[in-house]
Design a protein around this ligand. Structure first.
Ligand code: NAD
Length: 439
């Protein structure tokens, strides 16, 4: 099939590349000229395991990049919109990129096309997209039919290729058999044994994405709240996690106590769902609490540091392992690490940081112009002359470090672990002061 993907970020680039890998003819479009120039040279703008190989394999064969929708493949049958839908200051979803892309579609299409909303958008957005496209077509006096479909994306950064190539389910929200059929044709090659299509109306599909993210965020905030209670009552959240996870109705996934969730999706989607409900006259109390618990949790490690070293941290230096909001990605959007760093800097501390992939993005967008931060090239270099180690992202290389080396390099053997990676008793035996979440 001939496909155009508007927006070549984490989602658009992955989606476009995977469709190209399946033999479709794909053009990925982005307004960011620098990004498109680089992609045309085979330079990938983000770190996503396996993505670079797939792009290089298909580049200029089945996968093309362009800055202009007008130059897109005139045979295009399906256009995906995968532009960013970031959060505004007030928590509303910023749909300006999304509506702009819809407008461009209306200004460009000249034959029957299926428009697929891949971005996460508030319920009812598909109706607005239809209106925008229809208005542009009428203005151009072009008489073509089109269908708008909602096809929310559930890939996870860090495992995006595998998630997209072997999906749990493909949710398709549409209002015509033509659109359902076309979408199922497109995705059929991704299922070898049996398909996993879930057909529904468009609004339910749009809501499914918010409900899925809110459910996952709820599990995280729930276990973090349990962990905080565990600390007060002298229980161990690690043991409680295993105790409850063994119940198949609960399961082990997404119940790890930690320093809070971040990323480009959970924080913005939970906030958006709360706002959407409010706009429709409903106060979503549980959703609001999930967010409130997480906001507090993001600072819990900083509070532990302050509790241990005092309110005035001037003269203290902390080594921080991990900036990205989770391992396997260079994405630092809403990462708890940034909140912890800023809080400790505010208290006068100096910070040394190491992350295997996310230093460049953090430096450019999130820690820009902040003083008293040193960026290091290795996990051991960062420890030199530091008063304690703070672990914020559970990259594999942090799982089994050389504790003797850590002890040797730190001024004092103290570890604050925001991801409960180590065994308390082993570390105590090695002479460490060790702080976790929920114990
Ligand atoms: P991103 O910020 O990485 O990428 C968005 C891209 O869109 C940018 O490259 C930007 O330049 C481009 N863009 C903006 N306006 C454009 C236009 N008019 N024409 C062409 N390109 C344009 O965003 P992302 O993380 O890929 O997220 C995209 C959407 O997918 C969001 O709605 C997000 O909530 C959703 N989503 C993200 C993930 C994820 O893990 N990142 C997972 C599922 C769903």
């Amino acid at each position: 099939m001939n496909i155009t993907v508007i927006g070549s970020g984490y989602v658009g680039l992955t989606v476009g590349t995977c469709f190209a890998e399946m033999g479709n003819n794909v053009t990925c479009v982005d307004v960011d000229e620098h990004k498109i120039n680089n992609l045309n040279k085979g330079i990938i703008p983000i770190f996503e395991p396996g993505l670079d190989n797939l792009v290089l394999k298909n580049l200029n064969k089945t996968l093309f990049f362009s800055t202009s929708l007008k130059e897109f493949n005139s045979k295009t049958e399906i256009i995906f919109i995968a532009v960013g839908t970031p959060m505004k200051e007030d928590g509303d979803v910023d749909l300006k990129y999304f509506y702009e892309a819809s407008k461009q579609i209306g200004q460009t299409i000249d034959k029957h096309t299926i428009i697929v909303n891949k971005s996460t958008v508030p319920i009812g957005t598909a109706d607005k997209v239809k209106e925008i496209i229809q208005t542009e077509l009428e203005y151009r006096k072009v008489d073509v039919t089109f269908h708008v479909v909602s096809n929310p994306e559930f890939l996870k950064e860090g495992t995006a290729i595998a998630d997209f190539m072997k999906p749990d389910r493909i949710v398709i929200g549409a209002d015509s058999e033509v659109a359902f059929h076309k979408m199922e044709q497109l995705y059929s090659p991704f299922f070898r044994t049996h398909d996993r299509f879930i057909r529904m109306d468009i609004r339910s599909a749009e809501m499914t994405k918010y409900a899925a993210n809110a459910m996952l965020a709820t599990k995280i905030s729930f276990i973090n709240e349990i962990a905080n209670i565990c600390e007060k009552v002298g229980a161990d959240a690690n043991k409680v996690r295993i105790g409850i996870g063994s119940d198949s109705r609960i399961g082990y996934n997404f119940i790890y106590p930690g320093a809070g969730y971040g990323g480009s999706c959970f924080p913005k989607d939970v906030k958006a769902l709360h706002k959407i409900a409010k706009e429709h006259g409903y106060t979503a109390k549980l959703i609001a609490s999930v967010e409130a618990v997480n906001d507090a949790q993001k600072l819990i490690i900083a509070q532990k540091v302050i509790h241990r070293f005092g309110e005035d941290l001037s003269g203290k230096t902390f080594a921080l392992w991990g900036l990205s909001f989770k391992p396997g990605t260079d994405d630092v959007r809403e990462a708890p690490s940034i909140y912890v760093i800023k809080e400790l800097l505010n208290k006068g501390a100096k910070i040394k940081v190491y992350d295997p992939k996310a230093i460049a993005t953090a430096k450019e967008f999130y820690l820009k112009e902040l003083e008293n931060i040193t960026y290091c090239d290795s996990k051991y270099q960062v420890l030199e002359n530091a008063d304690a180690l703070i672990l914020m992202t559970e990259w594999k290389e942090f799982r089994s470090p050389d504790f003797e080396e850590i002890k040797l390099k730190l001024n004092s053997p103290i570890i604050f672990d925001g991801r409960n990676q180590y065994n308390v008793f082993n570390l105590k035996e090695k002479g460490f002061e060790y702080y976790q979440i929920g114990k």
